[in-house]
Ligand binder design. Structure first.
Ligand SMILES: [Zn+2]
Ligand SMILES: [Zn+2]
Length: 276
C-alpha cells in the first residue's frame, strides 16, 4: 500500500458564534474567534490518499486529476471567502459553525464523493502553524492537535548507575552543570465533534491545562532541580513525555488525550499514547 500527500493552501475569514448564547458565553467558548466582525487564516490543507500503484502509469493517482478536484471542491468554495456567509454549506446552516473541525469534515465529504472508494486516507487542515485537525472519515471522530513550546534545562543521569557508567551512556548530556532545550509539545485530543460548538475540545481547556500543568512546572526550570517528578527519575524524553501525560491527561477530561509528541530537538521526537 502506498500513501501520497498533496498540499494546497487557501485564505478565508470566519467567526465562531452560537446565536442563542450571549457575547460573554461566546467568548468563553471560542475565545477571540467569537469576534462578530470576523478574523481570518492562511489555511493549509494536506490530503493523503492511499492505494496500489497502477502497473501502467506507475502512480497511485494522477496528481493533475487530484489538483483539479482540489481546485473545484476546495479552492472554489473556500479560497478568499467569508465562510459563514459565502460557503455553500455553512451559509445554509447557521448552526453548523465553520470551525477547523467542521471544515475538515466538509472537505473530506467533498473529496470522498469524487474519489474512488477507499482512496482517501486522511484530511489534515492547519488553521495555523500550531493548530491542526486530522480526519479519517470515521463518523465525525476527529483528532485536534495544538503545538506548545517551553524551555527547560536538564542533566541525563541515572541514580542506579555509577558516575562512569552515566558518563559512558549519556556522554555530554551527563554534564553535571546541565544543558537545555526548547521543548516542543504536540497535544492531540480525539473525539466526536460536538454538534453545537463544532469543537472536539474547548480551546481554552487545552491552553489552560498546558499553562497550569506544563508551563508552571517546567517552563524556564531545571528539570532535575526544580521538578519533584525528577528528584530520582532520569529526565530523558521518554520519562518526560510520560510525566507530561500524567499531569495533563486528568486535566483534559472529558476530552480524550490521544497522543503527546515531545520534540527535544529538531532532530528527535518521542510519541506517547498512554499505557493502554
Ligand atoms: Zn478562526
Ligand atoms: Zn538534553
Amino acid at each position: 500500500m502506498y500513501y501520497l500527500t498533496r498540499q494546497i493552501a487557501f485564505e478565508a475569514s470566519h467567526y465562531n458564534r452560537i446565536s442563542e448564547l450571549s457575547d460573554t458565553e461566546n467568548y468563553e467558548l471560542f475565545g477571540a474567534a467569537a469576534n462578530p466582525n470576523s478574523h481570518g487564516h492562511n489555511y493549509v490543507l494536506e490530503v493523503m490518499v492511499k492505494g496500489n500503484v497502477d502497473a501502467n502509469d506507475g502512480m497511485v493517482i494522477n496528481l493533475t486529476d487530484l489538483d483539479a478536484l482540489l481546485k473545484s471542491e476546495v479552492n472554489a468554495n473556500y479560497d478568499h471567502k467569508h465562510l459563514n456567509s459565502q460557503h455553500p454549506v455553512f451559509s445554509a446552516n447557521p448552526h453548523l459553525l465553520p470551525t477547523c473541525e467542521n471544515i475538515t469534515i466538509d472537505i473530506w465529504q467533498r473529496l470522498a464523493t469524487s474519489l474512488t472508494e477507499g482512496l482517501l486516507h486522511r484530511v489534515r487542515l492547519y488553521e495555523s502553524s500550531t493548530t491542526f485537525v486530522d480526519y479519517y472519515g470515521e463518523d465525525r471522530m476527529v483528532y485536534h492537535t495544538k503545538v506548545y513550546e517551553f524551555s527547560a534545562a536538564h542533566r541525563l543521569h541515572s541514580q542506579v548507575l555509577t558516575d562512569e557508567e552515566n558518563q559512558e551512556i549519556f556522554g555530554k548530556c551527563n554534564n553535571p552543570a546541565g544543558h537545555g532545550h526548547n521543548y516542543v509539545l504536540e497535544v492531540t485530543v480525539k473525539g466526536k465533534v460536538d454538534e453545537k460548538t463544532g469543537l472536539v475540545v474547548g480551546l481554552n481547556v487545552l491552553d489552560e491545562a498546558v499553562e497550569k500543568q506544563v508551563y508552571t512546572r517546567f517552563d524556564y526550570k531545571h528539570l532535575n532541580l526544580d521538578a519533584p517528578e525528577f528528584e530520582t527519575l532520569n529526565p530523558t524524553s521518554e520519562n518526560f513525555v510520560k510525566v507530561l501525560w500524567d499531569v495533563l491527561e486528568p486535566n483534559l477530561r472529558p476530552a480524550v488525550l490521544h497522543r503527546l509528541r515531545l520534540r527535544e530537538t529538531p532532530k528527535n521526537h518521542f510519541d506517547y499514547y498512554g499505557e493502554s
